[in-house]
Design a protein around this ligand. Structure first.
Ligand SMILES: Nc1ncnc2c1ncn2[C@@H]1O[C@H](COP(=O)(O)OP(=O)(O)OP(=O)(O)O)[C@@H](O)[C@H]1O
Ligand SMILES: [Mg+2]
Length: 456
C-alpha cells in the first residue's frame, strides 16, 4: 500500500527575535507577506526530546518490528538542531538512543519471538563512505533487485541498549565535526546509523527490517560555516551542498511522480538512501529550523513541503511458512472427522436407549475408543488453528497498532484454551462413564462446528 513520507518540523529554541509563529500543524511568517506551511506535526520551541519520542519513536519501532524498513532523517540549515534531535546528549537523549531503548524494551516483552539485532554506523564525508565502528572500506552496491546496500562494513550484534550506546559513543568520536561560525560542533558529514532486526516466530515465519536513522550535515551558505581552516571547510561545504542539492532534486522528482530517471546516483547520500526516499520504506523527514533566520528557514520549509508529496510503497518483509495449504487440509480432515463423530454419537445414543445389555455396552466402548482416535486427530487440528489465530492476532496488531504486550496476552489466552481442550479430550476413556463420553463428544462437536465456522 502506498503511503506518503511523513514530514514533521522541529523548531529550535532561541532567545533572539523569531520570524515565525506555530499554531498546531501550521507554521507561518510573522511579517507580511505572510507565508504559511502545514505539516504532519510541528514540534515548537518548547518541545522536549520526550515529545519526539512519544510522537515518533514508538511508531517507527513498531514499523520495524512488523517487518517494514523504516528511516528517520533530520534535515535543516547548519545549527538548526539536527544532531541535537537525532543524537541528543546524555541528559537529553535524542531519537537514536530513544529508539534503541524502545526497541529493546519491546523485544524483552516478547518471549515467543527469537530476535537478533545488528548495527552499523557510518558517515559520508567529502563523498566518501567512512566506517565509524571499524577500519573497513565500505562500498555501496546495487543488488539484482536494484536495491542498494553497503558492503564490507563493520557490523556488531547487540543485545542491550547499553551496548548500542557504547558503540554510538565510539562512532561519534570518529565522526567529522568542526567549529564553524554558525555552530561550535558542526557536523561536517552525513551520519547513518542502521539497526537491522531479524525476528523468528514460533510458527516458523521470519520478519526482517532495517531502521536507518540519519543525521545530515547542515545546508549552509559558504560564509556561514567559515571558522578556522577555511580551505578545508569550503571543500566540505561544497560536498555537503552537492549531496543536499542532489537530495533536493531526487525529492522534487519523486514528489512529482516523475517518469524521468531519479538522480540517486549523483551523490553517495541519495544512492545509499535510494529505497528510503522512493521505495520500500516508511520514512520520516524531520525538518529542523532555527526561526531567527527567515530566508534559510523558508528554504527548509519549502524543501520539506515538497517531500510531503513523495509516495512510498513499504512492504512487510516477512517469510511465512505455507500455512494456507496446511490449514485447508486440517479443515477438510476436521470436517470429515466431525461427520464420523456425529454418526458415532447417534449410534451410541441409540444403543444406550434400546440395547442396554452388557455385550452391547462393550461394543459401544470399542466404538468410543475408535472415536477418541478421531478426537486426537482433531486436537492436531486445533493446534493448527492456534497457529492461524496467532497470525490473525498479528494482523490485528498491525491494524489497530495494539502493543506487543496485548499480542502476547492474546496468544497466552489462546494457548490456555487449546491446552484446556486438549486435556478435556484426551482423558482416558476407561475412567469415564459412557454418559459422560457421549456428552463430551456432543460438546466437542458443537465446539468444532464453532471453530470451523469462525475460520471458513
Ligand atoms: N531543541 C533544542 N534544545 C536545546 N538546545 C538545542 C536544541 N536544538 C539545538 N540545540 C543546541 O543548538 C546547537 C546546534 O545544534 P546542532 O549541533 O544539533 O545543530 P545541527 O543542525 O546539527 O548543525 P550542523 O548542521 O552544523 O551539524 C547545539 O549546541 C545544540 O545543543
Ligand atoms: Mg549536526
Amino acid at each position: 500500500m502506498s503511503e506518503n513520507v511523513q514530514v514533521v518540523v522541529r523548531v529550535r529554541p532561541t532567545n533572539k527575535k523569531t520570524c515565525f509563529q506555530v499554531q498546531s500543524q501550521t507554521i507561518k511568517t510573522l511579517e507580511p507577506p505572510v507565508k504559511s506551511f502545514n505539516f504532519d506535526h510541528i514540534f515548537d520551541e518548547s518541545s522536549s526530546q520526550t515529545d519526539l519520542q512519544a510522537e515518533l519513536c514508538s511508531k517507527y519501532v513498531l514499523n520495524a518490528l512488523e517487518g517494514y524498513n523504516a528511516c528517520i532523517f533530520a534535515y535543516g540549515q547548519t545549527g538548526s538542531g539536527k544532531t541535537y534531535t537525532m543524537r541528543g546528549g546524555t541528559a537529553n537523549p535524542g531519537i537514536i538512543p530513544l529508539i534503541c531503548e524502545e526497541l529493546f524494551e519491546a523485544l524483552e516483552l516478547d518471549n515467543t519471538t527469537v530476535s537478533t539485532v545488528t548495527i552499523t554506523y557510518f558517515e559520508i564525508y567529502n563523498e566518501k563512505l567512512i566506517d565509524l565502528l571499524g577500519d573497513t572500506s565500505p562500498r555501496v552496491r546495487e543488488a539484482n533487485d536494484k536495491k542498494t546496500f553497503v558492503q564490507d562494513i563493520t557490523t556488531f550484534r547487540v543485545n542491550r541498549v547499553e551496548e548500542v550506546l557504547e558503540y554510538l559513543s565510539v562512532g561519534d568520536v570518529k565522526r567529522s565535526v568542526a567549529t564553524t561560525r554558525m555552530n561550535m560542533e558542526s557536523s561536517r558529514s552525513h551520519a547513518i546509523f542502521t539497526l537491522s532486526i531479524k525476528q523468528k516466530e514460533p510458527d516458523g515465519s521470519i520478519r526482517e527490517s532495517d531502521l536507518k536513522l540519519v543525521d545530515l550535515a547542515g545546508s549552509e551558505r559558504a560564509n556561514a560555516t567559515l571558522g578556522i581552516d577555511n580551505g578545508r571547510r569550503m571543500k566540505e561545504g561544497s560536498n555537503i551542498n552537492k549531496s543536499l542539492s542532489t537530495l533536493g532534486r531526487c525529492i522534487s522528482q519523486l514528489a512529482k511522480n516523475s517518469k524521468l530517471l531519479i538522480p540517486y546516483r549523483d551523490s553517495l547520500l541519495t544512492w545509499v538512501l535510494k529505497e528510503n526516499l522512493g521505495g520500500n520504506s516508511k520514512t520520516c523527514m524531520i525538518a529542523c529550523i532555527s526561526p531567527t533566520d527567515l530566508e534559510e528557514t523558508l528554504s527548509t520549509l519549502r524543501y520539506a513541503t515538497t517531500a510531503k508529496d513523495i509516495k512510498l510503497s513499504a512492504i512487510m518483509n516477512e517469510i511465512v511458512p505455507n500455512v494456507n495449504e496446511d490449514m485447508k487440509a486440517a479443515i477438510e480432515a476436521a470436517a470429515k472427522s466431525r461427520k464420523e463423530l456425529e454418526l458415532l454419537r447417534a449410534e451410541m445414543s441409540l444403543l444406550q436407549s434400546e440395547h442396554n445389555t452388557k455385550s452391547e455396552q462393550w461394543k459401544t466402548h470399542e466404538k468410543l475408543l475408535e472415536g477418541f482416535k478421531h478426537v486426537t486427530k482433531l486436537n492436531d487440528f486445533l493446534e493448527n488453528q492456534l497457529k492461524h489465530e496467532i497470525s490473525k492476532s498479528r494482523d490485528l496488531q498491525r491494524e489497530n497498532k495494539i502493543s506487543r504486550l496485548d499480542k502476547n496476552n492474546t496468544q497466552d489466552a489462546l494457548l490456555r484454551i487449546v491446552g484446556a481442550l486438549f486435556v478435556e479430550h484426551t482423558r482416558s476413556p476407561k475412567s469415564v462413564t459412557i454418559d459422560n463420553l457421549v456428552s463430551d463428544l456432543d460438546d466437542f462437536i458443537i465446539q468444532l462446528d464453532n471453530d470451523i465456522s469462525s475460520i471458513v
